[in-house]
Ligand binder design. Structure first.
Ligand code: 4NP
Length: 154
C-alpha cells in the first residue's frame, strides 16, 4: 500500500487489508506492508486523524512507523497499490519496466468504483469526515482486493 507520506492513506489501507486478509484465511500467504513515495514523515507514527478514523471503524491502528519506498521494496512486492495518480506516476519512476505491471490504483479493486474516479483523496490536514471518507473508499477497495487474492491463492 503506497501513498505520499505513509502516515494517512497507506497505513489505513494496510491496517484494513491485513485484517481482511486474516479473516479471509490468507494470512500465511499474504503480507501487507505500507510505504510513502516521500520521506517527509519517515520514522513517524500514523497521523492522529488516521488513527482515530481506524478506531471509529473498529480497525487496529497500532505499531505503524512511516517509511519511504525504495526500488528494492518495489521489486520485492507482488502488488504495488497506490492511492492516487500522483503516487502512480512516482512509483512508475521508481520501478523498472518489468515491475510496472504490478502497480495498480487501490480503488481499481472496488467493483463499484468508476474508471474516472479511482483515487483515495488525501485526507491530510482534513476533518474527521475526510478521514472517514478515505477509509470508506479503502474498505470497499480492500473487500475487492481480498476477493481477488482469494481467487488467486485459495
Ligand atoms: P498520506 O497523506 O499520503 O495519505 O500519508 C499525506 C501526508 C503528508 C503529506 C501529504 C500527504 N505531506 O505533504 O507532508
Amino acid at each position: 500500500m503506497i501513498c505520499l507520506g505513509n502516515i494517512c492513506r497507506s497505513p489505513m489501507a494496510a491496517a484494513v487489508a491485513t485484517k481482511m486478509v486474516a479473516q479471509g484465511g490468507l494470512a500465511d500467504q499474504v503480507l501487507v506492508e505500507s510505504f510513502g513515495t516521500a520521506g517527509y514523515h519517515a520514522g513517524e507514527p500514523m497521523n492522529p486523524g488516521a488513527r482515530a478514523a481506524l478506531k471509529r471503524h473498529g480497525w487496529p491502528s497500532d505499531g505503524h512507523l512511516a517509511r519511504r519506498i525504495t526500488p528494492a521494496d518495489a521489486r520485492a512486492a507482488d502488488l504495488l497499490l497506490v492511492a492516487d495518480h500522483s503516487n502512480l506516476a512516482d512509483v512508475r519512476r521508481l520501478t523498472g519496466e518489468r515491475d510496472r505491471a504490478k502497480i495498480r490504483l487501490l480503488r481499481s479493486f472496488d467493483p463499484r468504483s468508476l474508471p474516472a474516479d479511482l483515487e483515495v483523496p488525501d485526507p491530510w490536514g482534513g476533518s474527521p469526515a475526510d478521514f472517514d471518507h478515505a477509509l470508506d473508499l479503502i474498505e470497499a477497495a480492500c473487500v475487492g482486493l481480498v476477493e481477488h487474492l482469494a481467487s488467486e491463492l485459495l
